[in-house]
Design a protein around this ligand. Structure first.
Ligand code: NI
Length: 224
């Protein structure tokens, strides 16, 4: 399931992130790539000291992990610190699948859900679409600053070449309590039905029954 989460970050946060990235030092993104991705990766990543990274991570990750849609769709049990990627004109990232296990020894996690948060406006660059292959064909994603997209980390995807301007994103990975993408998607659909029932018919027998089923399916399927 590919899900767009609108307005994860507001203008104030985006402005502060932009000024920090403007002052930041970026390095060749190939250093952080897995074996196969290294050959197709052509971008830059922010290289900053721990304090600067922590500050940025707080600005980006707190709103993301607290976002109700993100929580319901990703069902996170671990969320990684993001990478801040910059794609200048001529850069791209060819077809690849994200590494299945990430993080340093002792702090490893499985990547179930990939998330990209768009940090600058789409009219700042041409090209640079995130193209994800799904069972319904290719989906091209290029969103307003502050919006995010999540998709299963098992999907093949690439970033089209930037033909003008500069693309800034934060990318992060989540280990989900619900490992199976199909189960995750079913739960998300049920969550949406439950939310609307709880809003329009709170206390009704249907709302109670759907709530009961949702909660117990999460209990049945979740692994921590
Ligand atoms: Ni990727």
């Amino acid at each position: 399931m590919l899900l767009i989460i609108p307005q994860v970050l507001g203008r104030t946060q985006l402005d502060e992130i932009a000024s920090r990235l403007n002052d930041g030092r970026f390095v060749d993104g190939r250093f952080s790539a897995g074996k196969t991705a290294r050959h197709v990766k052509n971008n830059e990543e922010l290289h900053a000291n721990q304090r600067q990274m922590e500050h940025l991570n707080k600005l980006v990750m707190s709103p993301l992990v607290q976002n109700p849609l993100f929580q319901a769709a990703a069902m996170p049990c671990r969320v990684a610190s993001p990478y801040y990627a910059r794609y200048s004109t001529g850069m791209s990232y060819g077809d690849h699948v994200d590494d299945p296990v990430m993080g340093p020894p002792g702090g490893q996690y499985r990547s179930d859900v990939s998330t990209t948060v768009f940090l600058n406006d789409p009219d700042c660059y041409q090209g640079g679409e995130l193209v994800i292959r799904t069972s319904y064909g290719e989906q091209k994603v290029k969103l307003p600053a502050g919006d995010a997209v999540t998709y299963p980390s098992s999907s093949l995807h690439h970033i089209n070449e930037i033909t003008a301007g500069e693309r800034l994103v934060a990318v992060t990975w989540t280990q989900s309590m619900i490992r199976d993408p199909q189960q995750r998607e079913l739960l998300f659909q049920l969550y949406q039905a439950r939310e609307s029932l709880l809003e329009t018919q709170a206390g009704s027998e249907d709302a109670t029954r759907i709530d009961h089923v949702y909660v117990n399916l999460v209990r049945m399927w979740s692994e921590l």
